[in-house]
Design a protein around this ligand. Structure first.
Ligand SMILES: N[C@@H](CCC(=O)N[C@@H](CS)C(=O)NCC(=O)O)C(=O)O
Length: 191
């Protein structure tokens, strides 16, 4: 059975949790304490980071790579568009995730100018979502999964209002109807 080395507060792990739920993949979650990481984690991932998935004893780190792997290993339901250009656009959004996550972490650290930078990142997301219903294009998929963990945490942990960003707000409301994302919202509420 697939094993996920997991930490509830980790947004990168959240990507994989959502993916596993969307695909209905049976798995065992091994929850670690990020503040006191077990020595065996470094054997699975020398960087000492989660998430790691293990398939038949083969460890795979890096959430974006894990989700691409899961997409290929479990193709149903598909979470990437069929059209190569649309697939590339979704992958580009994931590849450039730090355009959104860097301002998020700066805000969390309380850095000077971070509020404006995060507002600009949300405004960019809002403009994208005004043009298409999902970050993956016409249907929910990998790019939505890649960014939604930070949007949930910004709203529910950092107290960022999404009211000025109606398309982000509407997107999150649509995503929250999915059991995978609803479960992540509940996890964040429990932290
Ligand atoms: N690029 C990695 C980032 C994973 C990551 O930074 N995970 C954090 C928890 S949210 C972690 O394990 N931090 C421990 C550390 O950086 O030493 C991914 O996408 O999986």
């Amino acid at each position: 059975m697939l094993r996920l080395v997991d930490a509830p507060r980790c947004p990168y792990c959240a990507r994989v949790r959502i993916m596993l739920a969307e695909k209905g993949i049976e798995h065992e979650a091994v929850v670690i304490d990020l503040a006191d990481r077990p020595a065996w984690l470094y054997e699975l991932n020398p960087a000492g980071r989660v998430p790691v998935v293990e398939e038949d004893g083969w460890p795979l780190p890096e959430s974006a790579v894990i989700n691409e792997f899961l997409e290929e290993r479990y193709p149903e339901p598909p979470l990437l568009p069929v059209d190569p250009a649309a697939r590339a656009a979704a992958r580009l959004r994931i590849f450039r995730d730090d355009d959104f996550t860097d301002p998020y972490y700066a805000l969390r650290r309380g850095e000077e100018g971070a509020e404006d930078a995060f507002a600009a990142a949300l405004a960019e997301l809002d403009a994208t979502l005004a043009a298409a219903p999902f970050l993956t294009g016409t249907a929910f998929g990998l790019a939505d999964i890649a960014l939604v963990p930070w949007v949930i945490r910004a709203r529910d942990m950092l107290g960022v209002s999404l009211e000025p960003y109606p398309d982000v707000d509407g997107w999150l409301a649509r995503l929250a109807e999915r059991p995978s994302v609803a479960a992540e919202i509940a996890t964040v509420a429990s932290l």
